[in-house]
Ligand binder design. Structure first.
Ligand SMILES: [Zn+2]
Ligand SMILES: [Zn+2]
Length: 296
């Protein structure tokens, strides 16, 4: 899995930072989380072809998270993208997209499948699932978590020791089934280890809430907004955003392994002050930069 942070600015782009978007690539899937203005250009700068996008996840309909959508969908429509794209967003997303398609003259429409989500399971594939939870913002806002399925690693020495012949029975054990060899039951745990899957959570545009904690629970990486320094906590509360320290509290309470801060107010030229603010609570914190890559 590779995560590319495409934009780290809140509300409005700055000279150094674009507005919110994250691209996650996992096997054949390309997951785009939010699509602020200029996202397609950031993807070009990052060397990610637009055709890699298989699914788009929208947190909420504030402009800094969605204004890149018409341009991106226009380009995808003009390109040779023959497949369909699944787009997930909060209730009201279908209607807003319909208005958007009315507002602009799209030459060729992409096959866009729109799903409105609010809480719980968003989708499940053979390799991973996506869950979502409602956050607490001025408008309805959804956070997402990517959860890779756990895998079994078969130990061929143990397979041999228990007399399991190499072949389909090993495949069954790999899938987690109990098999019988010479009227003896062999369980998957007798011949394999379980490797837990990775979890990446994306929590943005919210105050501290149960949904944020749930998504961040045991995450390997929590990508979380930190619009303000803790010395502007009142402002954060008023505009329903998090301070860096509050983001760190979520990471700490949820048992996340690493915190990546993003969605910085334009007043901070250097986001390292926010990183330092968060580190007073949660040490394994890094302030994201545009086009930063994280391998997992
Ligand atoms: Zn925002
Ligand atoms: Zn917002």
């Amino acid at each position: 899995m590779e995560i590319t942070i495409l934009g780290t600015s809140a509300s409005t782009p700055t000279k150094e930072r674009n507005v919110s978007a994250i691209f996650m690539s996992y096997k054949a899937e390309g997951l785009l989380l939010d699509c602020g203005e200029g996202t397609q250009r950031q993807m070009k700068a990052a060397g990610i072809p637009l055709s890699k996008i298989t699914r788009i996840f929208i947190t909420h309909w504030h402009g800094d998270h969605v204004i890149g959508l018409p341009g991106l969908l226009q380009s995808l429509g003009l390109s040779n993208h023959m497949g369909s794209i699944d787009l997930y967003g909060p209730p009201g997303t279908k209607e807003r997209l319909a208005h958007m398609f009315e507002a602009f003259q799209f030459d060729r429409r992409l096959d866009l499948k729109v799903h409105e989500v609010k809480t719980g399971s968003v989708l499940e594939t053979n390799d991973f699932k996506i869950e979502c939870a409602s956050l607490r913002h001025r408008v309805m806002c959804i956070g997402y978590a990517f959860i890779e399925n756990e895998k079994r690693r078969i130990d061929m020495k143990l397979v041999k020791k228990h007399g399991v012949p190499v072949g389909p029975l090993v495949g069954k054990l790999q899938e987690g089934h109990v098999v019988t060899v010479d009227s003896k039951k062999i369980t998957p745990d007798m011949v394999s280890d379980v490797i837990p899957g990775k979890k990446v959570a994306y929590v943005t545009d919210t105050t501290q809430c149960a949904g944020a904690l749930k998504l961040a629970q045991d995450a390997d990486i929590l990508i979380c907004e930190s619009t303000y320094h803790s010395d502007l906590a009142d402002q954060a509360k008023e505009y329903t955003h998090l301070t860096a320290q509050e983001a760190a509290q979520i990471a700490s309470q949820a048992g996340a392994k690493k915190l990546i801060l993003t969605h910085f107010s334009a007043r901070y030229n250097d986001a390292s002050v926010l990183e330092q603010d968060a580190r007073t609570v949660f040490d394994n914190t890094e302030a994201a930069k545009d086009l930063m890559r994280i391998k997992l």
